[in-house]
Design a binder for this molecule. Sequence first.
Ligand SMILES: [Mg+2]
Length: 265
Amino acid sequence: MKKYLIFGIITFVLLSSFPLYTFAIDEGFNEKESLTAALWQQTSSEYRALCYQAFNVARDRINIDLKKEWAKPRAVIIDLDETIIFNAKYNATDVIREQEYPKEFYEWIASGDATPIPGSDEFLQFVNEEGYTIFYVTNRRDECTDITLQQIVDLELPQADREHLLMRGTDHTKQGRRDKVSEDYVVILFIGDNCVDFYGDYYNESIEERKNITDSLQAKWGREFIILPNSMHGSWQKALYHGVVDWLSDEESLRHKASLLEIIE
Ligand SMILES: [Mg+2]
């Protein structure tokens, strides 16, 4: 009897683990682009170095600003995801489980497992001590306000309260919130990982137009605008499909993206 029980357990384990194995190899690994993006952000020293570089430049800019006088109080506007909060574990999980944002994103926020982006926490403590008002401007949806607030409190970020946390509402470009803050403050720095964190017109533009806007703002990068690296997600991905109206299958989508590559003639 005991022999049959052991045989049964082994058979059950083998049968139940086999589909998981084929899922991971045959399906999860098909997401090659996201796989490399998440891997780069989780493993590369280059990613960490770029984050430190961004916050070192930001600190230098604050030190320059401290020598100036302003009629209004000073503020810093900073994004959350991939600017202060490192979500690569969530995106890596999406790759392996072959699921897409926002599936399980709220559970991820509430898990308390996310860590700060390298250099972000020290920078925020510094600007707080220097008397700057910090506005956390995120495009997370309003229904996750409470868990987002709890997350930034748990990460011990300064000025983590409802007054300084500006959720998405209907302002998907963030320009409305930037304008509102600018009524009462002089905004010294805008910090983010997505061009939408700096200038509203980026949101629905084509690839070329986005490049043109970036070029027109050349003097602001590294001075008023501090940008963090993020290859996993952003409005740049939306731009890949600018003008593509029809729904694309996975295969068509890959072909479309390949067609956007500029290659040697
Ligand atoms: Mg972000």
